[in-house]
Design a protein around this ligand. Sequence first.
Ligand code: FES
Length: 366
Amino acid sequence: MQTLNDIYIYPIKSGKAINQPAAKVEEKGLQFDRRYMLIDEQGQFITGRSYPQLTQIQVQFSKQMLIVDAPDMPSLTINPAEFSEQTKNATIWSDSLNAVHCDDAYDHWFSTFLQQKCQLVFCAAQTQRFIKNRETQVSFADGYPLLLINQTSVDQLNARLEKPVTALHFRPNLVINGDFPFVEDSWSRIRIGEVEFEVSKPCSRCLFTNVDPTTGIADINEPLRTLAKFRYYQGNIDFGQNLIPLNEGLIRIGDEIQVLETKGAPFYSSHDDVQEKNKKQLEIHYQGSDLTISGDNQQLLLDQAEQAGINIPYSCRGGKCGRCKVKLIEGEVISLSSQGLTQLEIEQGYILACSCIPVSDISIND
Ligand code: FES
């Protein structure tokens, strides 16, 4: 029988996980999960991708309050009853939302720890953020209310790694014990406890996966490099499944995973093999500096530009923030994400350099 092994919440986005025996599933995700996050002075969200030390922030609940601890810092008590009335405009990838600003004193504590000016904001009941193209809301999580990881899949990954990783490397909410590795790829609807979930989309992994949740230290390559050898599909390295709850209710450790509907799983392969087989040389003309470089139809445009010394600004490298947008003047690309672009920018011919691959000679501009 496939069962739910662990339930985790991360009260502060990118902070340490709390293991729970049971949890209430709400529309936005597990209750108390990712309801707090840090933003910079421009309102941009701050995560462990840029500040891996965030993963060392520990939270405990005490009545209605949160006790926050971090290395070399005094304990901080966060009292929601004292939050300001003020809201702040915050941005997560391309989503803009109004979040409650908690308190200047908390900002000071987090700014001291990060050594970067930041503010703590809260996802209140009135904070609205919707999953892209859906009417369902989500908290401050990256894009979906819950993430499921199959421990059997982690075991198979570990069989290929010199230094094993834990499920927590993938920052899951639910860790299940699947019948076999990657059985979750073929699920489209499941039930756990009182809740039915849509298994919406595989989770494409970024460099944050290489941060060890115990130490907050990032490995240069692993486990992402090994995952790329067998979990590569259409430009992404996938591991885990994003879930959307279809109703609210309770789930508990030990609950059976009932598979209600299945679908065809993607055909995963090795990133290196796919590249070699299909490689074709082409030219990339960058109008900004009137430079033409020799490229290929395998690597991301941003990577190819960087290798040739062309500087295109970027931030997330995941197709979400829009920072690396360039205008496609001529030629064709495969676009892996346009999440960071507005509809108008797409119509104007903008593409995301971090998320597209040229398939013919192209000409681009700022
Ligand atoms: S969309 Fe963020 S760097 Fe490309």
